[in-house]
Design a protein around this ligand. Sequence first.
Ligand code: NCD
Length: 432
Amino acid sequence: MSQQQDLLRDAMRRLNLTRDAFSERLGVRRRALDTWLLPSDSSESRAMPEMVGKFVAEILQREALDTGAGLAGTGQQRPLAQRIAAEGKPQLLSVAQFDRGSLEDLFHVADVMQPIARRQKVTRILEGAVLGSLFFEASTRTRVSFGAAFCRLGGTVCDTTGFTFSSMAKGESIYDTSRVMSGYVDALVVRHPEQGSVAEFARATNIPVINAGDGPGEHPSQAILDLYTIQREFSRMGKLVDGTHVAMVGDLKYGRTVHSLIRLLSLYRGLKFTLVAPPSLEMPAYLVELVARNGHVIEQTSSLAQGLRGADVVYATRVQKERFANGETLEGYTPEFQVCKALVDAVCKPDTILMHPLPRDGRPGANDLSVDLNHDPRLAIFRQTDNGIPVRMAIFAVLMGVEQQVARSMRDAGWRSPAHIGPDDADFDGLD
Ligand code: NCD
């Protein structure tokens, strides 16, 4: 049954059709399509008729012939790891490695991982493999979710955090550290405070290296899980990423998550971006130019209400004070500069989704995403963090070349977990 959902999701993504348009193309009722897309453990889920499945496969095949692209998994195309390779190696350093096709193929692998991420299935596909997790900067979710993703594929994790307890405190170079670690582990996830540093780790080894944040540079896995979240939320609502309005708010100068996300979103068509930042923390000019060159509308403002008005996605970020240069101060960013319920109710839509890479500053007076939205179903931040697991599992599976074997390797989980992970989760959490 999960194969059924994967097929339908993949088809809608590749054909770029909303649920309404797709059900029309198939000649079925939208309600029927919705029930086929529900997870198999939902009481309303239904198996789609065999004929429909055949028809979907046929449409996809015809589409692939028309566009000259092979279908993932049919052996007609080079492996995804080769198509996204960084300097010929299976490494993930920047979102610039992706085009729309390879990104959507990765999303398909993430869909396949969902039953494992939701603890219904288990796999041992990476049994015996060891991940080296090197975090030279603070992290909770990125470090733990990469580790958990590797473990859920059957591997194990060795990690080191901070400079103090690593040999870098003794003056060891990135080259030496990377080469030494490569003798111990099968893949490396690295976070480091300097832009370009993770690429330096990557040059010193042939094993997969994943950039988990290089200073104010990039955070590709975060942007991929952000876009995956947007697609899943939009799929539930019957919306497409093409033509959408995304408001990015906060520290757009040092926030690496928005740097990666805006590049990834600009692979889509006809987007409108409103960038809302205090005068000193605007999006770097080269990114604004790149997005505009790709034909998107991009507006910059320091007015929160103006920037958020009518947005389909609000992506808020924390001020990265730790990256401020000596003497750099924050001006024009008062506590009123906060994405709170009153503001969202006043200027956003009933189906706007509210996102944040987290952590958010939840202290009173902080100018961040307010905790008073915690019960609002538009708040997608925990669906976003939950999606970190299937997406990071997909990244590992692709870079280590096992993505085609995962579906066949799954067994039922031997324990039961709650249907809703959080007490405040929306009804549709885990079910979309
Ligand atoms: C972000 C990061 O480290 O870039 N967090 C994350 O990885 N989810 C954002 C931040 O620190 O503000």
